[in-house]
Write a new protein. Structure first.
Length: 451
């Protein structure tokens, strides 16, 4: 696959890689010299016609190498990506460039959850080759190490080198929640959420008698003219809020073997839910922070606006699936009362359940997003006999074990709901809509005044 040469680094700044004669050059030199020698010794000029073209080709190749100053080697090929950060499902170009007037072949090892075009990651071209990388999962994709083979146009000298791998960051897809932006308890200063506190705003609270200090532009002249006394419009203030997203990256639960090939793992669902919730509330102007109970993402301080969205997506893209080290769970020390807390977790570890209870005790408005793959513990595939996989019956009974674990987990989910913590399964952008809608309705419901 040939591509147009990309803008490469200056050749003088790149190290040289030594070239070696190819087998074709050695054969041409040996056969050419032998044919001429036999022609002279045997007195058969016809042998010169057989050896002279080969010897001439070898001499031209050597003379070309000397004229271009390539006795010590040629500049090392250079690899770069068109975009170092892409979204899930997007693609970017990976270009390998060598010195001008050379033939280049590059081979890239296949990376998990990524597709190359050409299909097997091998291409050849004139001084430059371009591969198309399509990423299917978030995280870091290691492109390489890249094995390159460079030859001159005559095929007389060649060099083999292994280029270091190139990392491409894949951020979760830009999914936007199909849900309202209302929050149960706005705790900020100004924003788009309607609060219960009266003050400057646009939502009408009541029409009351004018008091000293009221703004003149809020006088309701129609009511004042009808009653004969000055009346003013009282409004509710509009505030922002703080949204805390707690992610559970302690373990990554793969989908069941009978699930689709592109079925997400629990970690995939956690990261995608985190990205969607953060984008949803950052678009509304709220302050969003991330706290990772595991050690895969790391904490992200509270912020707002497009810059905070870039910081958060970069933190998610830097996460590596290859980090399998066991570390102690992080504990959230304190949370501000009234903070909208979204916990994205498969709810498999008792420490996570304890952490949710502590956040509720601190006065946070907690919502739990269940990120356990739906195929795990699916009892519909159990028909009273062991399942066959690849034509064999497993003696470990994993489907039955996960089905039992999911049944035990239902008790945990029921206890959380009885404690006033809504639990909803992550099924896409519309997963949180019913929960947020119910919280919005509960917030706007009339309350009894305490005597």
């Amino acid at each position: 696959m040939t591509a147009t040469p990309a803008t490469a680094e200056p050749a003088a700044e790149r190290p040289l890689v030594r070239t070696r004669p190819t087998a074709a050059l050695l054969r041409a030199a040996v056969v050419g010299c032998a044919a001429i020698t036999l022609a002279v010794l045997a007195g058969k000029p016809v042998l010169i016609l057989a050896g002279l073209p080969l010897l001439a080709w070898a001499l031209v190749a050597v003379a070309r190498r000397v004229r271009r100053g390539e006795e010590l080697g040629i500049p090392l090929p250079w690899i770069h990506a068109g975009r170092r950060t892409i979204e899930e499902g997007a693609s970017t170009s990976v270009t390998v460039t060598s010195a001008p007037d050379t033939l280049l072949a590059a081979t890239v090892p296949l990376a998990p959850h990524a597709d190359f075009a050409p299909r097997y990651g091998a291409a050849a071209g004139d001084a430059s080759v371009r591969l198309r990388l399509s990423a299917q999962r978030w995280g870091r994709v290691h492109v390489g190490p890249v094995h390159v083979l460079v030859t001159d146009p005559l095929g007389a000298f060649r060099a083999q080198e292994q280029l270091p791998p190139l990392d491409v960051r894949v951020v979760p897809s830009s999914t936007v929640l199909d849900a309202p932006i209302e929050v149960p308890t706005p705790i900020g200063v100004s924003g788009v959420h309607l609060s219960r506190r009266r003050g400057d705003g646009t939502a009408l609270s009541e029409v009351r008698a004018f008091r000293p200090g009221d703004r003149l532009h809020r006088i309701n002249w129609r009511v004042s003219q009808r009653t004969g006394e000055l009346h003013t419009n009282a409004t509710f203030t509009e505030q922002d809020t703080e949204v805390l997203i707690v992610t559970d990256t302690i373990s990554d639960v793969a989908p069941a073997p009978w699930a689709d090939d592109d079925a997400p793992t629990s970690l995939d669902m956690t990261i995608r839910a985190t990205s969607a919730v953060a984008r949803h509330y950052l678009t509304a102007g709220d302050r969003v922070s991330v706290f990772d109970i595991g050690h895969l993402i790391g904490p992200v301080r509270a912020g707002t606006g497009p810059r905070q969205l870039r910081v958060l997506t970069d933190a998610l893209a830097r996460a590596s699936r290859d980090d399998q080290q066991t570390r102690p769970m992080r504990r959230l020390r304190a949370v501000r009362p009234g903070t909208l807390t979204v916990v994205c977790s498969p709810l498999l570890h008792p420490e996570v359940i304890t952490q949710i209870g502590e956040m509720v005790a601190h006065g946070a408005d907690v919502i739990v997003v269940d990120t356990l793959p739906p195929s795990i513990g699916d009892v519909s595939v159990l028909q009273g006999k062991p399942l066959r996989r690849d034509g064999r019956i497993s003696d470990r009974f994993w489907p039955e074990a996960w089905a039992t674990r999911r049944l035990l987990r239902r008790t945990t989910v029921r206890e959380l709901r009885e404690a006033g913590v809504p639990v909803t399964a992550w099924e896409g952008p519309s997963s949180l809509a019913p929960v947020l809608q119910s919280l919005s309705v509960a917030r706007s419901a009339p309350r009894m005044r305490r005597s």
